[in-house]
Design a protein around this ligand. Structure first.
Ligand SMILES: *Cc1c(COP(=O)(O)O)cnc(C)c1O
Length: 405
């Protein structure tokens, strides 16, 4: 019998075709090999699987439901739109799916602490939550500029017991936070685990995070069959690093007839610096320890990127997304800031669901695509998170429309 796609990708060195790998300093080779070995054992361990199932059901609130977006479907006048409700996860997004499992891995390795960087603070909050649950120390590195900008998430992390370390060099944002967290991890890899927040970074993180997120797709496959019958024609998810997208794609990757769309943020324009559409406008390159498609500046360094969705403004993308796009298995959609805000309000006023701005990119693209499809066809959107974190920003910059659709 031929192995399934998920079993045979990546290869044992963490390559999806030519993308992926582990480009790390020699001092980190041993700790990363140790992580890969531990993960390989744990993923088939009945105790690990049992504990993860317990945590997901009794703490996180899984399974999250699928909802039929009846009014949005009517409004668009085409394909039926369904939503996988990752916004209903504890802490409000899909990120806890991998953070809980990463902290379990840290515990298994005998570590006493988890370290990570965070940009907007979403990964930091999810990791701090998981660390509190499993009684591990949590250290989050964050650029000084981001600390100022994302004040509520900084407070959340502190309330949850995390130690927030400001990165004070350079531009004082995400890139500097990565440097600072990595530096600390090099010093403390004996006692801590570095927890990456998406399907990015050196092997084994892209495969590990994908598999931890695959629960989204496996649940969705069963639930969709129960609710609508069969499998959807099209699946849509937003892509930053690409973890929520790989999560839902995992359940349908073998079904060649299901179209898989990753939606990238077009921000405020197509010029470098105005968007974060790495797969659309990027080229092959290595950053943050892996080979993928990235946006480079004139010196070949990671380019500045922008999106209204602060969780999807990343200058590269998970290596598996680069691979699947090259193979023609996935397609890339685009959505700019304005369309995302419009979808944010439409979903709120038509369905009573306030989406995260990141997830609103997927909703906006679904609205465009639905209009081109027939009423018998179906779209399943991964609603990666809820919009509580975005409320103040959105109403300050974009007036609330009158609900008269
Ligand atoms: C972090 C985040 C994303 C982007 O991360 P991926 O790894 O691309 O899924 C998307 N949606 C929400 C709500 C997030 O918090």
């Amino acid at each position: 019998m031929s192995q399934s796609y998920l079993e045979s990708n990546p290869d044992e060195n963490g390559y999806f075709g030519k993308y992926g790998g582990a480009f790390i300093p020699p001092v980190l080779e041993k700790p990363f090999a140790e992580i890969a070995e531990a993960y390989n054992k744990l993923k088939d361990s009945p105790e690990f699987i049992k504990e993860l199932k317990y945590v997901r059901k009794h703490y996180q609130g899984r399974p999250t439901p699928i909802s039929f977006a009846k009014n949005l479907t009517e409004f668009c006048g085409g394909a039926k739109i369904y939503l996988k409700r990752e916004d209903l996860n504890h802490t409000g997004a899909h990120k806890l799916n991998h953070c809980m499992a990463e902290v379990m891995l840290a515990k298994y390795l005998g570590k006493t602490k988890v370290i990570a960087e965070t940009g907007a603070g979403q990964h930091g909050v999810a990791l701090a939550t998981a660390a509190a649950y499993f009684k591990l120390e949590c250290e989050i590195h964050m650029g000084e500029v981001d600390i100022e900008k994302e004040h509520p998430n900084v407070v959340r992390m502190k309330i949850l017991g995390a130690n927030v370390i400001p990165a004070t060099h350079g531009l004082k944002t995400l890139k500097e936070a990565v440097d600072s967290a990595f530096e600390k991890y090099v010093e403390e890899s004996d006692t801590s685990l570095y927890c990456i927040g998406s399907v990015v970074g050196p092997h084994p993180f892209p495969v590990m995070i994908r598999n931890f997120q695959s629960i989204v797709g496996f649940e969705a496959r069963e639930q969709f069959d129960e609710l609508a019958g069969g499998i959807p024609n099209t699946i849509i998810a937003c892509i930053g690093g690409g973890s929520n997208a790989m999560g839902i794609f995992s359940g349908f990757i073998e079904d060649k007839e299901v179209e898989l769309y990753g939606v990238e943020p077009l921000g405020i324009g197509t010029k470098l610096g105005q968007h974060a559409a790495s797969l659309t406008y990027g080229e092959e390159g290595i950053m943050h320890g892996f080979n993928s498609i990235m946006l480079k500046d004139e010196n070949g360094e990671p380019a500045p990127v922008y999106s209204i969705g602060s969780g999807i403004d990343y200058p590269s993308v998970g290596p598996e997304h680069a691979f699947l796009k090259d193979k023609g298995r996935t397609k890339i959609g685009l959505c700019d800031d304005e369309e995302a805000v419009d979808a944010f309000y439409k979903l709120s006023q038509l369905e009573g669901i306030i989406p995260a701005l990141e997830s609103a990119h997927a909703v906006a693209f679904a609205m465009k695509l639905a209009k081109t499809m027939s009423k018998d066809e179906t779209i399943l959107v991964n609603l990666s998170g809820r919009g509580d974190k975005d409320l103040d920003f959105v109403v300050e910059h974009f007036p609330i429309p009158h609900a008269k659709f």
